[in-house]
Design a protein around this ligand. Structure first.
Ligand code: MRU
Length: 368
């Protein structure tokens, strides 16, 4: 699979997913602000990959000439953490990664007040870069472990449905929902993956189909409004989706349209699974009602590939995520095993200390 992020001559190169599958091109970021802009503008996307990108973007604050004092460097790092965390509000992996690196850096600086020599600065840079690499590697490992757990849930040769892209293009590794599908295909064969196109950004059409076809997994692209018909007529054995943030009771925020699939799956008696690594759980959110839902520009709904598809001036909404209630989720597949039934007690038991705790709550305006 293509590199989604890579380091080249002091810059972070980010695969421009907006151009896939037509063009393979990288956007360069040399500062945390440029990294935050790339995340906000959807150059890269997918919760775990946003977290990894932000981690390496934070490390860029330590490139170039070091400031004279530890206090000046702390203020530069505070600013980097703030702008990166503000890039997108729903995926908790972003805050998780930035808080983790920022905490390490601040602890280090606490022991080095006063002047800042080049050696100390270089030691901090190394520490932060090592932590960014750890965030990346942990996601690779979590993807592999949860994919193996999830594959065991699927009958051999079954058909499944997914939405958005929760594959390699959204993670550091083989993917979450798509990781499960890939692992199941290696084990017993998947007869068909129905990939919802995922309006308005078309992550399903552009990225999931790209990955599935490269892996030679039988796959069929459907528009989002075909989901009920396909569930009724095509023997779909399971629906599997990723997650951007999971509340302490198991309510799950994921790409807009996921909730619709969960309701449809319930009606058709089809198991509905969420696949996500432990840092996706935010134990400070009691339920899905607390999860901030990103409201993106309505321009993204009214235009496709630069062509306006609604009357000029049409009012449109673009909530980028929705929340699926825990009671519609058959199981949450994590690297620690499968949480099923999904309840507050089972989430706490499965996750223990490894769940994410993000204390700064973001608020997003929502207008109905
Ligand atoms: O807006 P996006 O493309 O960042 O949304 C991505 C999703 O909703 C994914 O399903 C989710 O981040 C899980 S990725 C493993």
């Amino acid at each position: 699979m293509l590199d989604r992020i890579r380091s080249r001559r002091g810059a972070l190169e980010i695969l421009d997913q907006r151009l896939l599958p037509g063009k393979i091109s990288y956007v360069k970021a040399r500062t945390p602000a440029q990294t935050a802009a790339a995340i906000k503008d959807m150059v890269t996307r997918g919760a775990p990959l946003i977290g990894c990108t932000a981690a390496y973007g934070y490390a860029l604050a330590l490139s170039g000439k070091p400031p004279r004092s530890a206090a000046a460097l702390a203020s530069r790092l505070d600013n980097a953490a703030k702008i990166l965390k503000a890039a997108r509000p729903t995926a908790v992996a972003l805050a998780y990664a930035v808080d983790r690196l920022h905490g390490k850096a601040m602890n280090f600086l606490a022991g080095h007040s006063g002047g800042l020599d080049a050696k100390t600065h270089a030691a901090l840079k190394k520490l932060v870069e090592r932590e960014a690499a750890a965030v990346f590697q942990e996601d690779v490992d979590a993807n592999a472990a949860l994919s193996a757990h999830g594959a065991g849930l699927l009958p051999d040769g079954c058909a499944v449905m997914t939405i958005c892209n929760a594959g390699a293009m959204a993670t550091a590794g083989m993917g979450t929902a798509l990781g499960v599908i890939k692992a199941a295909h290696r084990l017993g064969g998947i007869s068909q993956v129905y990939a919802c196109e995922t309006r308005p950004y078309l992550q399903g059409a552009r990225l999931t189909m790209f990955e599935l076809m490269r892996e030679k997994i039988p796959s069929t692209l459907i528009t989002d409004n075909m989901a009920a018909h396909i569930m009724k007529t095509c023997g779909v054995a399971a629906v599997i989706a990723g997650a951007d943030r999971i509340a302490a009771n198991g309510d799950t925020a994921n790409k807009i349209g996921t909730y619709m699939l969960a309701v449809l799956a319930k009606y058709h008696g089809i198991p509905f699974y969420i696949a996500a690594p432990a840092p996706t759980f935010d134990m400070t959110m009691r339920s899905g009602k607390d999860i901030p839902i990103e409201e993106r520009s309505s321009h993204e709904v009214c235009f496709i590939g630069g062509v306006e598809i609604a009357p000029k001036g049409a009012r449109a909404r673009h909530p980028a995520f929705d929340v699926t209630p825990a009671k519609l989720i058959t199981g949450i597949i994590t690297e620690k095993g499968v949480i099923s039934p999904v309840s507050r007690a089972n989430v706490r038991r499965a996750l223990g200390a490894s769940a994410t705790r993000v204390f700064a709550r973001e608020k997003t305006a929502q207008t109905c």
